[in-house]
Design a protein around this ligand. Structure first.
Ligand code: NAD
Ligand code: MG
Length: 404
């Protein structure tokens, strides 16, 4: 029986994970569930999965949940705060940790899981963007098993040789082809982008996801973050990673080998496939995802990315090339800008403006430890706040941590 902690169980990835887990009660047991402050959904999850622990970041929501859990006659222990998130990620009886918190908030609990040598199913890509070398070093030192859940990286993982050691050239790989849907604004006239609303930006054509990643998909920062994620996961340089716009989202990514072979992983766009892959690895289990009907798909398109329309993609490549603290700065500025956009404080086109201006106003320093990352993250957020407040038309100061 595999005992699982889900960090971020009330989100899109969290609920999809529980959907797969519920299909295999003979294999998986939920040990701990965590959320920000969504106590109602967490209570329902506690009733269904009867975990040993449920953790909320928010203290008041945790008190309410404790009362409800008690009234429901459940034995789940309710904890709250960042320390509790770390604690349930490193409990000795936990085998697997699904990292499905959104943004920088997931870094410390997931790092705790890495240091404790857990099997980590990594959806929370911002962790690798901010702190790739610190996180990968923790994985190496403890012997943790890291399995990518982001659909593209899961596809690449499946298309690379089993036991891949991080050496692309040594394995005959010449390129990684990272597919992107292009998001909801791939064909929107540029003149209309200034006025798009958070609701329009969150209406993704192929995937149902949390609000922050939905906006990231609309700006294509999501693909930029994924380029950096691929760098750390697979030892690929910026020049080894080609973004390919593929609007059908059926091919989840490809690996090109020196002999001319190109291996792809295909499937319906449903995160339960990579989640089931990660949960059961190296076995295969059912996920609830419908079989891919190639006759219905009929046609697959591939288009080069438009860097003028999507400046965030270029900013992410620049940050990867600059290395050091630059990706952490990029990520923090993006989180602040997306939060401000979702709150209706800045326009869609202000998002790349804020990020570019934060990147160009901060030095790039080396990252030797977690404090270097957290320092750059905090400074980038406060710089982003200043830039956001200074923008003409800003409605009011943005929250420090995006309200998604
Ligand atoms: P979501 O917003 O739906 O869910 C986020 C979860 O994190 C929720 O359970 C929420 O309660 C929790 N959370 C938020 N802020 C928190 C905080 N400060 N402290 C503790 N918990 C907090 O997000 P999502 O779409 O499920 O995405 C989760 C992660 O997975 C993101 O990093 C995203 O980029 C990545 N991802 C998502 C998808 C997808 O299809 N949704 C695909 C690939 C990768
Ligand atoms: Mg993805």
């Amino acid at each position: 029986m595999q005992r699982i902690t889900i960090l971020g169980s009330t989100g899109s990835i969290g609920t999809s994970t529980l959907d797969v887990v519920a299909r295999h009660p003979d294999r998986f047991r939920i040990h701990a569930l965590t959320a920000n402050r969504q106590s109602e959904l967490l209570l329902r999850q506690c009733r269904q999965f009867k975990p040993e622990y449920a953790v909320l970041l928010d203290e008041r929501a945790a008190f309410q949940l404790r009362q409800q859990v008690h009234e429901a006659g459940l034995n789940t222990e309710i904890l709250y705060g960042v320390d509790a998130l770390e604690r349930v990620a490193m409990l000795p009886e936990v085998d697997t940790v699904m990292a499905a918190i959104v943004g920088a908030a997931g870094l410390q609990p997931t790092l705790a899981a890495a240091r404790a040598g857990k099997k980590i199913l990594l959806a929370n890509k911002e962790i690798l963007v901010m702190a790739g070398n610190v996180f990968m070093e923790a994985v190496r030192t403890s012997g943790a098993v890291l399995l990518p859940i982001d659909s593209e990286h899961n596809a690449i993982f499946q298309a690379l040789p089993r036991g891949y050691d991080g050496d692309l050239a040594g394995n005959g790989v010449c390129r990684i082809l990272l597919t992107a849907s292009g998001g909801p604004f791939r064909n929107t006239p540029l003149s209309e982008l200034q006025n798009v609303t958070p609701q329009q930006a969150c209406a993704h054509p192929n995937w149902v996801m949390g609000r922050k990643i939905s906006v990231d998909s609309a700006t294509m920062m999501n693909k930029g973050l994924e380029v950096i994620e691929a760098h750390w996961l697979f030892g690929a340089d910026a020049d080894d990673i080609q973004v390919v716009v593929h609007p059908q989202s059926v091919i989840h990514s490809l690996v090109e080998y020196v002999d001319g072979s190109v291996l792809a992983q295909l499937g319906n766009p449903d995160m339960r496939t990579p989640i089931a892959f990660g949960l059961a690895y190296p076995e295969r289990i059912t996920s609830g995802v419908a079989a891919l009907d190639l006759f219905k798909v009929a046609k697959l398109d591939f288009i080069a990315p438009d860097f003028d329309r999507f400046p965030c993609l270029e900013l992410a490549y620049q940050a990867l090339r600059a290395s050091g603290t630059a990706p952490a700065v990029l990520n923090a500025a993006n989180e602040a800008a997306v939060g401000a956009f979702l709150e209706g404080q800045i326009s869609f086109l202000d998002i790349p403006r804020v990020i570019a201006s934060v990147l160009s106003s901060m030095p790039v320093n080396a990252v030797n430890n977690l404090d270097d990352v957290l320092g750059a993250d905090a400074e980038a957020r406060s710089t982003a706040m200043q830039k956001i407040s200074a923008l003409p038309g800003t409605k009011r100061a943005a929250p420090l941590h995006g309200g998604y």
